[in-house]
Design a protein around this ligand. Structure first.
Ligand code: E4P
Length: 219
């Protein structure tokens, strides 16, 4: 399972890139706004900076609600960077836009996916990847990871090539569960990436190794 960073924070993306484990980045209007990024020109500049740091797909979300607007935005975004994944929501207008953009050869990240049926529609429309929002389903008392498991199983059964990207990840345990469920990608906030690194026994073990080495070396 590949790991993407789910953030528009340049500093976090730089730190994630240094680890050598990040294959892409996902952004959305809320994540951009959190970093004070606003307007198409500002979003474009931020996305171009991200693309200079990460050599992989960068997801950029449209902000139109109608298919014509999404298509125009998607075609524009496709020119911004070498490897854009245009994020389109799982709405009626969204599916119209996905099918047009996919026919144009533009990679689409179908976002706000909350059901297997939406994933099936996306596969037929030509989505490159679908993003089930695990944490937001958990937040309303449902089992978000069950959706990932079901989507992966149905796609396998139907030999669908569309990728499954577990999104709205809330913690390191979600990453293990997404990988076990067969997700191709998990997009994770930076704090989750660092949670994945940490284990108290690693820290204690390292301290002990260094202490023993100092003693043996007469330090
Ligand atoms: C995915 O592409 C979205 O940007 C993201 O995972 C949403 O997560 P949230 O529910 O934490 O906002």
């Amino acid at each position: 399972m590949k790991l993407f960073l789910d953030t528009a924070n340049i500093d976090e993306i730089r730190r994630g890139a240094e680890l050598g484990v990040v294959s892409g980045v996902t952004t959305n209007p809320s994540l951009a706004a959190k970093e004070g990024i606003g307007g198409s020109a500002g979003y474009r500049a931020a996305v171009q900076e991200i693309a200079d740091i990460i050599d992989g797909p960068i997801s950029v979300e449209v902000v139109s609600a109608d298919a014509a607007g999404m298509i125009a935005e998607g075609r524009d975004i496709a020119e911004w960077i070498p490897n854009p994944w245009v994020k389109i929501p799982s709405t009626e207008e969204g599916f119209k836009a996905i099918s047009v953009l996919a026919r144009d050869g533009i990679q689409v990240n179908q976002t706000l996916v909350f059901s297997v049926n939406q994933a099936l529609l996306g596969a037929n429309a030509g989505s490159t990847v679908v993003s089930p929002f695990v944490g937001r389903l958990d937040d309303i008392g449902q089992d978000g990871m069950e959706l990932v498991r079901d989507m992966v199983a149905v796609y396998r059964e139907q030999s669908v090539e569309t990728l499954v990207m577990a999104a709205s990840i809330r913690g390191a345990r979600h990453c293990v569960a997404a990988a076990a469920a067969g997700a191709h990608i998990a997009t994770v906030p930076y704090n989750v990436l660092t949670q994945m690194i940490k284990h108290p026994l690693t820290d204690a073990g390292l301290a002990r190794f260094l202490q023993d080495w100092q003693q043996a070396s007469g330090g």
